[in-house]
Write a protein that binds this ligand. Sequence first.
Ligand SMILES: O=C(O)c1ccccc1N[C@@H]1O[C@H](COP(=O)(O)O)[C@@H](O)[C@H]1O
Length: 242
Amino acid sequence: MERRGIMQVKFCGLRTMADVEAANRVHPDMAGFVFAHGSSRRIDARTAALLRSRLDPSIRAVGVFCDQDPAAIEELVKNGIIDMIQLHGQESEEMVRQLRRLAPVIRAFRIRSVLDLEAARKTRADMVLLDAGAGEGKTFDWSLTAGFDRPYILAGGLTPENVRIAAALQPWGLDVSSGIETRGRKDPGKMQAFMEAAGCRRIPAPKREMVRQDGMGWARFLLLAASTATGNRKDRKGDSRK
Ligand SMILES: O=C(O)c1ccccc1N[C@@H]1O[C@H](COP(=O)(O)O)[C@@H](O)[C@H]1O
């Protein structure tokens, strides 16, 4: 099955074959493999390759990094283990520019005040991710996103219980990790509940070969981002939050 809703969903921190199989059934748009040092969800390249080989090919694999060697990131992209790069550290904008030649780049920003949104507005990354922490299950003050004028992925402390409110903000995407876990392990029941509460629709997937040809390339990522941005702007014209 493939989900085609307006809002993109990313399940982050898949670590085991059981996680991948559960994700394949529920079908988020993106699945995150964490390579960041110090994370309890960290996996190595070999494990990621194995998991990727079993991940439904129409789910894009995102590598999550924090101040890591660009050569190692490049190898993961070139070996077809990840389709997108998510950066959570102090990477320079020059590094973002270089990495964008390889794959779409999502840059994470920790939002504590409107000032943090300024850097998010300026980055050259293809997509920004607004978060409270880094996989810690914490939310930030979502009202700060009112008037933020570029497409974004909302992350940090999302759960099946609060995702309906998050979706009402109309971000381009939603990213969840802790909120679909129970005692530190991915929970298939919570994955399903999250998708349902986010209002995601499932339709039959196109044939595998078609998925590969039409795969989420770079151009389609940007196109989706741009069309959602236009939609968001249109909707916000009559929005009382303005
Ligand atoms: O998940 C991690 O362990 C992690 C480590 C380092 C950087 C980012 C990490 N995860 C990202 O954190 C957010 C939100 O997670 P949560 O739902 O609050 O647990 C998400 O973008 C993950 O990709």
